[in-house]
Design a protein around this ligand. Structure first.
Ligand code: SF4
Length: 323
């Protein structure tokens, strides 16, 4: 019997013994099974800044895990060795959901991040693990492209605390040509997460000639201000040639600096530059009085003066979940 997976907008029709597009959701005797459940291929302890989350438990570490598979097929994927492989091609070790909080606590992590590939495709593992993690008093963070249908997304959001969504471009053509996906579900996921009160940060990888014109950057910033709010942190990240996109050069520094100016002109309070070291690229300033609040360098927090979520000089409330 052919079955349909309704988890993401692809709504794959899956023949018996076959998998959907993400390679890990399989039709086993008429049952849809995520075959990587409880078997991450990657488990690391990372600074939370590496996700990147700059306004969520800054300076803490996060137990970061992933299984094989992804429902997008980005030509520039940095993790293609695990995202675009079949499960049997990548080594994985058992890690049941109930064990995750113990491991996180052992490594003094304040959170667990579901990351590297996309937690959307290993949904059930993320969903079950997040309940144990929350019960243990730790936080859950998703690092995702947000390409998922509304109902499962809403259910998952109720169990997690923070989402970092990759908004790749405000262009359906970009999503179709470069990622094998569509734009609107990603926008819907952002708005849903915001309406449910999750902590949100947005990242945009600037790829030369594909999504880096002033208009494209301006459109993305204005959409963010209008639909999420000017306090949502926006990270512009530097592209490096990779996977199926080795024909383009790295993003020039000037393009990243220009993107920051455009974002600030659009009214965004917190704009960061990643994968590159430039003055103030990772620093947080008070939007009201301009005081330097958090100084970072290469994912390390060097200074943090935020007190009870506020600027110590002018008392302005700084968006985020602060330690
Ligand atoms: S999650 Fe995977 S199997 Fe399900 S619809 Fe999306 S790509 Fe297809």
């Amino acid at each position: 019997m052919i079955i349909r997976c309704d988890l993401c907008p692809k709504r794959c029709l899956i023949e018996p013994g076959q998998s959907g597009e993400c390679r890990i959701r399989v039709n086993l005797d008429g049952r849809l099974v995520a075959v990587t459940y409880g078997h991450p291929c990657t488990v690391h302890v990372d600074p939370i800044e590496k996700k990147p989350f700059f306004h969520f438990l800054p300076g803490s570490t996060s137990l970061s895990l992933a299984t094989v598979g992804c429902n997008l097929h980005c030509k520039n994927c940095q993790n293609w060795e695990i995202s675009q492989q079949n499960p049997e091609e990548v080594a994985a070790s058992p890690l049941p959901p109930a064990e995750i909080p113990r491991l996180a606590t052992y490594h003094s992590c304040r959170s667990v991040s579901y990351t590297y590939t996309d937690p959307v495709v290993y949904y059930e593992y993320t969903f079950d693990s997040s309940a144990f993690v929350r019960e243990a008093g730790l936080k859950n963070a998703l690092v995702t492209a947000g390409y998922i249908n509304r109902e499962p997304w809403t259910e998952l959001c109720r169990r997690v605390d923070a989402v970092r969504i990759d908004l790749k471009a405000l262009s359906d053509k970009f999503y179709q040509d470069i990622c094998g996906a569509t734009l609107q579900p990603v926008l819907d996921s952002l708005v849903t997460a915001r309406s449910l009160g999750l902590h949100i940060e947005v990242i945009n990888l600037l790829i030369p000639t594909l999504n880096d014109s002033d208009k494209e950057i301006g459109d993305l910033c204005q959409w963010t201000v209008r639909n999420l709010g000017r306090e949502i942190p926006l990270h512009f990240s530097r592209f490096f040639p990779n996977y199926q996109m080795k024909n383009l050069p790295p993003t020039p520094t000037t393009a990243l600096l220009r993107a920051r100016e455009i974002a600030k002109s659009a009214g965004l309070y917190y704009v960061y530059l990643g994968n590159i070291l430039v003055p103030d690229g990772e620093n947080t300033f008070c939007p009201d009085c301009g005081d330097l609040l958090v100084e970072r360098r290469a994912f390390e927090v060097l200074k943090n003066t935020v007190k009870n979520g506020r600027c110590p000089r002018c008392n302005f409330q700084i968006y985020g979940v602060w330690l």
